[in-house]
Design a protein around this ligand. Structure first.
Ligand SMILES: C[N+](C)(C)CCCC[C@H](N)C(=O)O
Ligand SMILES: O=C(O)CCC(=O)C(=O)O
Ligand SMILES: [Fe+2]
Length: 455
């Protein structure tokens, strides 16, 4: 579809430089759950989708990319032997073909990312260039490419060099093909068949390998266990601090709870809790939750775990327009507590599903039907469609085959990715004591990257 053609659909006027796309999001089917999640990134074809309320259709806006390459004569090949690299200058961008990737670079972008000593401090890995000083109409005076490098000379004589490999890795086109976080989406069977090992406490605390193995599993599955932990709050704290920083909240730093109803929340009772993520009422929900059951004399109380991304992906495959709605409609979650000494009122706003807009990869699910606030951010006709989409997601989340049930025991600590995995619990009898904490997500990812993991 070329931008010069007339729009295929009626509706809002065409924006300059963007063309209407005929298809909506692509629906994929028949993919097995044990595959890596790269799929998700490619399923939604639209760069930007607007919800057209009057027609009930979705309209996708896509950048105006030419289907066929321009006349060969306009391409500059550096040498007959290196046909894998070619480039041409356009009015406002440089087009570069390298390593089978067709890339388009805005000239301001190319000037802004210059890695020369005067533009970039490689000791601190920080930009020195004042981007605001770059003429927004800048264009290179000369361009040259050799086997490995692109050379640009700017009107003021400044020279910028880019490694071609660096450009592939850092271009929009290169990034779009990558996932930020490699994961394995799971249902109960997939998780059980993977036979993910628990890490031994000593191994976890004292060896780099133990820690790395734990984090790799945690990143892939969103849950991980440490075994042979001394059943105390203090030992649990030491464990938590090995991977991240403890996030202090209205529940304290390390928390410790029984069914004494000491706080105004169902967690502090013996009642069952349906699957949910915690702290949906924070603008940034807690990244990780650690659970360690220190004591249980009684029956029931098993923990339920469900992979929210696996369920969301089923929604994407079955009903892509509902998936999209769940990523677009912002909602509030709220925590109101009137317990003496704990007067709290927290509000967090955001959609149920959060995806990176450039590759449509899921990064956060906020799902807690107990704590969802009054919906007053959505007009009535959208709200009805939102309820249908929420129902579809709930149906997926509640499929028995997606439920992983575990009984937490003293000595076995569970780490849960609270941005991905839902937890719940069975009702119980008797005395049950649970301790744990929330952790920041950035600092866990920091630890993982330091160990050489993609996070
Ligand atoms: C974990 N801890 C017992 C301290 C707090 C529980 C918070 C429960 C709240 N409804 C939520 O889902 O966020
Ligand atoms: O009691 C449990 O097992 C978990 C309760 C809960 O959902 C929580 O503390 O966040
Ligand atoms: Fe919870």
């Amino acid at each position: 579809l070329d931008g010069s053609q007339a729009p295929l659909l009626g509706g809002p006027p065409r924006e300059a430089g963007w063309s209407r796309c005929r298809e909506g999001p692509v629906c994929a089917s028949g993919l097995s759950g044990s595959m890596w999640c790269h799929r998700l990134a490619h399923l939604f074809s639209s760069t930007q989708c607007l919800l057209n309320r009057s027609s009930g259709h979705q309209i996708s806006w896509q950048p105006r990319y030419r289907k066929s390459l321009p006349a060969v004569s306009r391409w500059h090949h550096m040498a007959p032997a290196s046909l894998n690299c070619a480039w041409q200058l356009h009015g406002d961008h440089l087009e570069l073909r390298y390593a089978e990737t067709l890339m388009r670079f805005d000239y301001v972008w190319l000037r802004d990312h210059c890695r020369s000593a005067s533009c970039y401090n490689s000791k601190t890995n920080q930009r020195s260039l004042d981007t605001a000083s770059v003429d927004l109409c800048i264009k290179p005076k000369t361009v040259r490419v050799d086997e490995t490098t692109l050379f640009l000379t700017w009107p003021d004589g400044h020279v910028t060099r880019y490694g071609l490999e660096w450009l592939v890795k850092n271009s929009y086109e290169g990034q779009k093909q990558q996932v930020m976080h490699p994961r394995i989406f799971w249902n109960a069977e997939i998780y059980q068949q993977a036979q993910v090992p628990s890490v031994d406490c000593q191994n976890f605390l004292e060896t780099k390998e133990g820690l790395k193995e734990f984090l790799q599993n945690f990143l892939l599955y969103g849950i991980a266990f440490v075994e042979n932990v001394p059943p105390t709050k203090e030992d649990t704290e030491i464990l938590a601090e090995r991977i991240s920083l403890i996030r202090e909240t209205i529940y304290g730093r390390m928390w410790y709870f029984t069914s004494d109803f000491s706080r105004g929340d169902t967690a502090y009772t013996k009642l069952a809790l349906d699957r949910h993520t915690d702290t949906t009422y924070f603008q940034e929900p807690c990244g990780i939750q650690v659970f360690h059951c220190l004591k249980h004399e009684g029956t029931g109380g098993r923990t339920l775990l469900v992979d929210g991304f696996y369920a969301a992906e089923q929604v994407l495959q079955r009903a892509p327009e509902e998936f999209e709605l769940l990523t677009k409609v912002p909602l509030k979650h709220e925590y109101i507590e009137n317990v003496v000494g704990c007067p709290n009122h927290m509000i967090g706003v955001g959609p149920i599903l959060n995806i990176y807009p450039w590759n449509n990869e899921l990064y956060l699910i906020r799902y807690n039907n107990y704590d969802r606030a009054v919906i007053n951010t959505v007009p009535y006709d959208v709200v009805h469609r939102w309820y249908a989409a929420h129902r579809t997601l709930t149906t997926e989340l509640r499929r028995p085959e997606n439920e992983l049930w575990v009984k937490l025991k003293p000595g076995k600590a569970l780490f849960v990715d609270n941005w991905r995995i839902l937890h719940g619990r069975e009702s119980f009898t008797g005395y049950r004591q649970l301790c744990g904490c929330y952790l920041t997500r950035d600092d866990m990812l920091n630890t993982a990257r330091f160990l050489g993991l993609q996070a």
